[in-house]
Design a protein around this ligand. Structure first.
Ligand code: C5P
Length: 288
């Protein structure tokens, strides 16, 4: 049996971070938003035992148990008590280590595909609980669409789909390790929201207000990460100059900008002298 799943990237429209918890994680409050840039994940399932993984499109991604997609497969089979030989094939387009949850999204796609293959032993909610064992972003990536995520990221509340956003994404190749980003943040002297609020961000999203998004989109990691990623910082400024509402995604260093329309985004794309990817909002995997 062969199944294919799209694994979409996410951007963070809001991301605030609280204190470090006794378990080493930080409480976060974040609005995650799925966008059309995606990897393709195919699963070949047959009788027998064992996992194998092949990755095309990015030679830097590991093809063994270090890959979260592999661990997602292991976790699903162990937890559900199923036995199978599973070959995972991932065609990567989402840059790895860029703050777009590419690895988490691939893992989530494996969980959705296996759940389909075995006639849905898990509800979406149960699949998201299983996903939380793998990483803080994986539960959201199982669901997709737009959601408010709390706890360490795994407490996911689905939000109404906003009017589709038109985005440009730019990755400078400056990789950021997530644990390092949290360590830098702990030492950077605290947040500076400049008047941005979560409620303001949610309101602007609902109204599709560019001015509202400009005032209220916020990413706590920008303060400590952008000074260490000069190319990403320059891209962020250039995207804003080209007319977009521009921010960094997650712990970086990918930056993105939201434009009023597809035309505006594509006009801006022509003006920029670095590679940008056009993307549009994507709804939840479970609502289509
Ligand atoms: O959950 P995930 O494996 O993606 O997290 C990687 C690392 O990032 C954690 O080990 C932790 O150091 C940091 N982290 C954090 N607070 C979060 C999420 C991640 O401190 N909410």
């Amino acid at each position: 049996m062969r199944l294919t799943e799209q694994a979409y990237a996410k951007v963070n429209l809001w991301l605030s971070v609280g204190d470090k918890r006794p378990d080493g994680y930080h409480d976060v409050e974040t609005v995650m938003h799925t966008v059309s840039l995606c990897d393709t994940v195919a699963l070949e399932i047959s009788e027998g035992n064992g996992i194998s993984l092949a990755v095309t499109g990015d030679g830097s991604v590991p093809c063994d148990a270090r890959n979260l997609a592999w661990r997602a497969c292991e976790t699903f089979l162990r937890h559900s008590g199923r036995t199978a030989r599973v070959r995972i094939e991932i065609d990567k387009r989402i840059p790895a280590g860029g703050g777009l949850a590419g690895g988490s999204s691939d893992a989530a796609a494996v969980l959705r595909a296996l759940n389909r293959a075995f006639d849905s032993p898990y509800t979406p909610q149960q699949l998201m609980e299983l996903a939380a064992e793998l990483g803080s972003d994986v539960s959201f990536c199982v669901l997709g669409g737009t959601a408010l995520c709390r706890g360490r990221g795994e407490v996911v509340t689905a939000l109404e789909d906003p009017k589709p956003l038109h985005l440009l994404l730019a990755f400078s190749g400056e990789h950021v390790s997530t644990p390092d980003a949290y360590r830098l943040l702990d030492a950077d002297g605290g947040e500076e929201r400049g008047g941005a609020t979560l409620m303001g961000c949610l309101g602007a999203l609902q109204e599709g207000s560019m001015a509202g998004l400009e005032g209220h989109m916020y990413n706590r990691f920008e303060k400590s990460i952008l000074p260490t990623c000069p190319a990403a910082n320059a891209y962020r400024n250039a995207l804003a100059k080209a007319g977009g509402v521009s921010r960094m995604s997650g712990s970086g260093s990918t930056v993105f900008a939201i434009f009023e329309s597809e035309e505006r985004a594509l006009e801006a794309q022509k003006l920029l002298d670095f590679e940008v990817t056009y993307a549009i909002s994507v709804k939840s995997y479970f609502k289509k």
